[in-house]
Design a binder for this molecule. Structure first.
Ligand SMILES: NC(=O)c1ccc[n+]([C@@H]2O[C@H](COP(=O)([O-])OP(=O)(O)OC[C@H]3O[C@@H](n4cnc5c(N)ncnc54)[C@H](O)[C@@H]3O)[C@@H](O)[C@H]2O)c1
Length: 670
């Protein structure tokens, strides 16, 4: 039974000063407001629930102005002034796990990390930590007073309260945007967010596990290498020397592309319409050159083709213009993709060709319907030029940004395999369907990550060394690439924000790495570490256009796996568990689940690591095996043999596909 001091959690009594905005930081666009007058009043009342009633008359008007001018109530006044950042864990108040979680939340809001820091958007155009600054303050307060026998419940950013639980239970259980099916669409979601009752958590934004673009560099590096192997026949011991990759976006995740292409030793050209994004990546050294002159850019490309030296180039302009130039000049482009934020295609994630970024933003706020028309025209033009380039030998894949689905929804049905609907998929593969799914997820490999909560470089260095010792480069191609990655991660200077590392790893490797870290912490050789993963993993996400694109038994429209991933991780006591709607592909199109464990050396955590990480990975592999994915079936077979005393995963019986097809065909012809 919970026993503790009397406590109450409320916002401070002191009225916060007027907010100050530093103009160097990007601001989220106003994406329109679709509330009725009575709903506008409801939205204001909803926001006032957080603050003392003596402030209501003053704040009602302020919140109303925010709603009318920005489309949402962010309660800017309640943002703590100055820089928010993931400080060393010792600078926070509370028990260790709760302090670790605070580091993660603040890192997600760091000016250096977040996309629209004042609007609590971490990445992916609309992925928020929580809905408004009052929620942020309350969450922090709860975390500061929480005991080891309590769990904080967060619903779409709203901290429902601190409930008695037990030490081996999660410290935070949270959900984001769990709209009921009938209303689970973008228009309704916009209404619900404006009302202040839904949060778009993306994946690690609302899951509080974002680690900056490094999180995606490793995955992009793996994808590019394997795209080269699969589509261009490059041998597994070679890299992308002299190969040209063209894509778009230098934003939160897309900004990882130039760095990844350089690590894979290739040549990359990336279109970006927002110059501030280019500047960020240039400053970081993640993109090497920039120009708005396509003649100049392709001269550089030619030089690098000859020298075979890697290079990353930003094109300041629209991806459609870039691709049309390549087509018109018959330039050889081996690999093509796209990382505009098409999951939020009508909300500003995609700037249509013919409009500058600024013109696009202005049209979006003045006339969202007209903006939508421009987007549809541009998407169709975009699709046509990709098709022409593919006819000339290029290979395009969808980068999980809902590009193909958006083209379809814009009215271009020839992008669907059956030309009618999306149930048979699209004419181009998605990177998960062809690469990530069969090569990584089916084996249990996924984007494992950790954050050294001390913020010490020496801790990160030690964890890199430990992980490198655990990964055996001779085990398989994946581990060969992963070993190269982890042994070169430090020199690649990938850290933005907290001292974090990403490393694709399978069930066994994840467990061994976490146990080793916990042991080192116990011995006083390492500070506390948060381990977790991207939700974009073997078992975390049900998303037919992405993570579950290589599930072919018809179940990829079901979200049972993500729901069970969440429930199973909560049952096993991972420190932080989250379930969200949407993620990288947009609301109503996916459910995703994530987690984190704060390691402080405690012995009881060893069991949570073993059972939790095993479940987190094998739940996903088990489902992939049931869909008859060959690599997943082999992984499960091996797991069943190795763990026969502890558990068993159901395997499908062998099916003779041809025999069944023939029986069905013959019977239907009668
Ligand atoms: N990198 C990955 O591994 C990965 C994985 C899954 C999904 N995604 C998806 O990729 C998309 C991008 O993610 P992000 O975090 O970088 O989003 P983001 O919004 O931060 O960046 C997208 C960038 O594209 C630019 N852009 C938009 N339209 C353009 C156009 N027509 N031409 C040139 N530039 C244009 C924007 O200015 C923006 O900087 C999202 O939909 C995300 O879900 C990425």
């Amino acid at each position: 039974m919970f026993q503790g001091k009397r406590f109450e959690v409320k916002l401070d009594k002191e009225f916060p000063p007027d907010p100050v905005f530093d103009s160097q930081y990007r601001r989220a666009p106003h994406r329109g407001l679709n509330l009725t007058p009575s709903e506008i009043a409801l939205a204001v009342k909803n926001a006032l629930r957080y603050v003392p009633s003596e402030w209501h008359s003053r704040l009602a008007l302020e919140f109303l102005e925010e709603l009318l001018t920005r489309g949402r109530i962010y309660a800017y006044r309640f943002r703590p002034s100055g820089r928010i950042w993931g400080r060393p864990i010792d600078e926070y108040k509370g028990i260790t796990p709760a302090r670790g979680i605070q580091v993660m939340i603040d890192n997600n809001l760091d000016f250096e990390v977040a996309l629209y820091p004042y609007e609590l958007v971490t990445y992916g155009e609309s992925g928020q930590v929580c809905q408004n600054w009052m929620q942020y303050r309350l969450i922090k307060k709860y975390l500061e007073v929480m005991t080891e026998e309590q769990t904080l419940v967060v619903q779409s950013g709203h901290p429902l309260g601190l409930f008695p639980s037990r030490k081996e239970a999660p410290r935070v259980i949270s959900t984001n945007g769990m709209v009921i099916g009938k209303w689970d669409n973008p228009e309704e979601f916009q209404r619900l967010t404006a009302l202040g009752v839904a949060n778009y958590g993306q994946m690690t934004a609302g899951g509080w596990m974002y680690i900056g673009p490094q999180g995606i560099v490793h995955g992009t590096y793996i994808t590019l290498l394997n795209a080269g192997r699969k589509y261009l026949g490059i041998p597994s011991d070679k890299d992308l020397q002299g190969v040209l990759f063209i894509s778009s976006g230098l934003g939160g995740m897309s900004g990882a592309q130039p760095k990844a292409v350089e690590i894979a030793k290739g040549i990359g050209v990336f279109a970006e319409v927002d110059y501030s994004r280019i500047e960020t990546r240039l400053k970081q050294g993640w993109v090497k050159k920039v120009s708005s002159n396509l003649d100049e850019i392709f001269q550089w490309v030619e030089e690098h083709r000859k020298t075979k030296e890697p290079i990353s180039i930003a094109y300041y302009g629209n991806i459609v213009d870039l691709l049309e130039y390549v087509d018109n000049h018959n330039i050889k482009a081996e690999l093509l993709s796209d990382q505009t934020s098409c999951h939020a295609v009508y909300e500003g994630g995609y700037t249509p060709v013919g409009l500058t970024f600024e013109e696009g933003r202005a049209l979006l706020s003045s006339n969202p319907t007209e903006f939508r028309k421009y987007v549809d025209v541009s998407l169709k033009q975009h699709f046509q030029v990709i098709k022409r380039l593919c006819d000339k030998g290029a290979k395009f894949w969808d980068y999980g940004n809902s590009f193909m689905a958006s083209v379809f929804e814009a009215g271009e049905h020839s992008i669907a395999r059956n030309g009618i609907n999306t149930s048979d998929g699209f004419i181009f593969p998605s990177y998960v369907e062809d690469i990530m799914g069969p090569l990584c997820f089916d084996f249990g490999y996924g984007p494992y990550r950790w954050v050294c909560l001390s913020r010490k470089d020496s801790d990160l260095h030690l964890t890199d060394q430990v992980a490198a010792e655990i990964i055996d480069p001779n085990r398989n191609t994946m581990d060969k690439d992963n070993h190269y990655w982890i042994t070169h991660a430090e020199e690649n200077n990938l850290v933005v924000g907290t001292k974090a590392r990403i490393l694709y790893a399978d069930e066994e490797e994840r467990i061994r790495i976490a146990l080793s870290f916990n042991q080192l912490i116990r011995e006083g050789k390492l500070g506390p570490v948060m381990i977790g993963r991207d939700h974009h993993d073997t078992g975390g996400t049900d998303s037919p256009f992405r993570e579950t694109a290589n599930i072919k038994d018809g179940s990829n429209r079901m979200a049972d796996m993500a729901a069970h991933c969440f429930a199973g991780n909560a049952a096993r006591g991972l420190t932080m568990v989250v379930l969200s709607n949407g993620g990288g592909v947009g609301v109503g199109k996916a459910f995703n689940s994530g987690n984190g464990i704060v390691l402080d050396g405690s012995e009881y955590l060893d069991n949570i690591i073993k059972s939790g990480l095993s479940w987190d990975v094998m739940g996903g592999v088990g489902r992939r095996n049931w869909a008859r994915n060959e690599n997943a079936m082999n992984t499960v077979k091996n797991w069943n043999e190795a763990h026969s005393a502890e558990g068993h995963i159901t395997m499908p019986e062998n099916i003779d596909d041809e025999m069944v097809n023939e029986i069905v065909q013959t019977r239907l012809q009668k």
